[in-house]
Design a binder for this molecule. Structure first.
Ligand code: GLU
Length: 469
């Protein structure tokens, strides 16, 4: 059979036992980038064979997380559990080919074997007496199906990140492929699924490197092509220790709730353990074009919140309005805020140009948008109240008639405000604080001139009049 042009196929294969971990999100991203940058396919398989620990809620959380991060997958989501008959079929096929055997050893017998081995100072890896038994001698009782793994030599994992990793075969026992109740083991299921799904590259956490040896043996037993392995180092906390709750957020959804834009997360996660020269800030198109397995480092990557914020700020600044607005709205909904009215949306849209700069997260942007999201009478926070002392209120009072007649351009507004401050021997800086307070009810705002331009003359004068009291 002639093969079509070899197409790259990657997959993300999470176990649905909890939230989508930031490390899992990065694994998914690497697989997505690798496939998408090469016209390949990116598949999603939910490894739900552990019925005790797998929940539909966890699957939902994973799909939600990937969707938010913008990682679209091809085709239907595959359930590993649904494929259990196929896994069993492969186990029986290995049996028929003589690459697997029925093992009737009981737990007690296995334990006794280990005890004896320990006492004699031999390897405690179980060596089944059934490995070479004549099937005619098989009893009728319960049995597992074990892989007839090679005992001599070595199993070599050629890994695109870790290099050549050699496992001595005398240190790998004949693993169980099918349990006595007929259910497949995880190790078998992964190989059968990856093969059937046509996966060409397995990019996953290096906690699976040892599994790759056993999985390679299954590929060999079935005569299947071994995929390219790429085992990526795990993510560590800023202190270089294994990432845990203690370091802060570890679930992807927590980052969404904190208001990091998805584009910034993609950029940051791509840089977490992978590099393309000195490039820090890049677009999806660049990431897809540049991503390669050679650029993945061998040392664990460290989470760096400063860098994350920095990149997120750059992405907020670079995202076109038409895309940014719905993202802000989605963030507000996710944060449990009421939906924006049409007037608020319009205001936000007019104000975006002066909000996007220097906003590292959506909450920062929304805080600065307070002047355009709230309406009179403004609620003044404590600092804003403090900024509006008697002298300041007097100046604001004097300012209003001048604004009445000013043409509404930045230059003229600057001139009018500077004149009002100058009349009291004050610099622009001194009058900016009460102006911010009057216009926004806050002290962290865009420039007073931007606010005036966005809300317009009538609203500006009304707010100053409110504040002047
Ligand atoms: N289900 C495994 C996990 O969540 C991943 C297995 C694999 O990628 O081969 O750790």
């Amino acid at each position: 059979m002639t093969q079509p042009d070899a197409q790259i196929v990657t997959r993300f294969a999470p176990s649905p036992t909890g939230y989508l971990h930031i490390g899992g999100a990065r694994t998914a991203l690497f697989n997505w980038l690798f496939a998408r940058g090469r016209g390949g396919r990116f598949l999603l398989r939910i490894e739900d064979t552990d019925r005790e620990r797998s929940t539909p809620e966890a699957t939902e959380a994973i799909l939600r997380g990937l969707t938010w991060l913008g990682l679209d997958w091809d085709g239907e989501v595959v359930s590993q559990f649904d494929r259990r008959d196929r896994h069993a079929e492969v186990a029986r096929e290995m049996l028929a080919r003589g690459h697997a055997y029925k093992c009737f050893a009981t737990q007690e017998e296995i334990e006794a074997f280990r005890e004896a081995a320990r006492a004699e100072g031999r390897s405690t890896l179980f060596q089944s007496p059934w490995r070479d038994a004549d099937p005619a001698t098989h009893p009728d009782g319960p049995h597992v199906i074990r892989l007839k793994a090679p005992r001599e030599g070595a199993t070599v994992v050629e890994d695109a990140v870790q290099g050549t990793v050699t496992f001595r075969n005398d240190q790998l026992d004949d693993m169980v492929c099918l349990r006595s109740d007929g259910t497949p083991t995880y190790m078998l299921a992964v190989v059968v699924d990856d093969h059937d799904m046509g996966v060409t590259h397995v990019i996953r956490g290096d906690d699976h490197l040892n599994n790759a040896a056993r999985q390679t043996q299954v590929y060999h037993a079935m005569g299947w092509t071994v995929p390219v392995w790429a085992h990526i180092p795990l993510i560590h906390g800023p202190d270089g220790k294994k990432l845990s709750k203690r370091h802060g957020a570890v679930g992807l959804e927590e980052y969404q709730a904190m208001g990091y834009p998805a584009a910034g997360m993609r950029n940051y996660l791509a840089r977490l353990g992978w590099a393309h020269g000195d490039a820090e800030f890049f677009t999806d198109a660049e990431a897809k074009a540049w991503f390669d397995l050679e650029g993945i480092g061998r040392a664990p990557a460290r989470l760096d919140f400063k860098k994350l914020e920095n990149l997120c700020g750059q992405h907020i600044a670079a995202t076109p309005d038409a895309q940014l607005l719905p993202e802000i709205e989605a963030f507000l909904v996710a944060a449990g805020k009421p939906p924006l009215s049409q007037a608020q949306k319009d205001g936000l849209s007019r104000a975006l140009y002066c909000l996007r700069e220097r906003s590292k997260t959506f909450p920062e942007l929304v805080e600065k948008a307070h002047f355009v999201l709230s309406s009179r009478p403004l609620d003044l926070d404590e600092r804003a109240q403090a900024a509006l002392d008697t002298v300041s209120r007097g100046i604001l009072h004097e300012l209003t008639p001048h604004l009445q007649n000013a043409s509404w351009t930045r230059e003229e507004l600057e001139a009018v405000v500077a004149a009002a401050a100058g009349a009291h021997g004050l610099g622009l800086g001194k009058i900016a604080a009460p102006l911010r307070a009057a216009l926004a009810g806050r002290t962290v705002t865009p420039s007073v001139f931007d606010m005036m331009l966005v809300i317009g003359r009538d609203e500006t004068i009304a707010r100053l009049t409110d504040a002047a009291g």
